[in-house]
Design a binder for this molecule. Sequence first.
Ligand code: BG6
Ligand code: MG
Length: 227
Amino acid sequence: MPSDTMPNIGGVIFDLDGVIVDTAQFHYTAWKTLAKQWNYELKINDNEQLKGVSRKDSVAKIAAWAGVQPTTAELHDVATRKNKLYLELCAKLTPNDILPGIANLIEELKENHIKVALGSASKNARFVIEKLGLESTFDVILDGNDVSHSKPNPEVFIKAAAQMKLSQQNCVVIEDAPAGIQAAISAQMLAVGLGDVAELHQADLVLPNAIDLTLSKLKQLYQQIVI
Ligand code: BG6
Ligand code: MG
């Protein structure tokens, strides 16, 4: 097939927490504080299982680990107080907190007319993006306010592709969480994991961070796996 008629990457969908900025530590600190009210010492391994998971689902998981059965109103109250703490921690974010390699990759994609989307489970995504000075960067922003099903459900990525007016198969997802990689696979998108290969082994490619993640690397992977 001549190269100009070959299917190609049309858009890249970035997860936010753990991909663009290291807010996982803020989520952890805030949940750990709240879990204490149920006499539960939240561990770092627990936090791994909360990555990519919505606030509502996270609070339910923590209650189950703590062996408590709170009312719906109490679950809501804990989630609200966690969010207040989380936002206080996020208030100090600046553009210097954008993780290494991300700004360069986004710039390279835009120079090459590849669409750039945000696909986050967080309802605070727009606030965080503004703190990072990235509010005008994305062609499309989909966050926890725009979906009814949280990752690993692929809804957020499917909607992002539709809003970019791209086929799902022409999109690449960059994720740090197993739930996000699963969502990308279910959406039939190329899945790039940033983080620990043992956790993200289902991804098509896993790198420790985005420093060496370039458009040519993504294209090479796409040619190998999708075409
Ligand atoms: C994800 C985080 O991006 O967003 C999860 O990885 C978090 O840890 C989820 O629970 C929802 O975020 P928020 O900001 O709406 O509570
Ligand atoms: Mg994430």
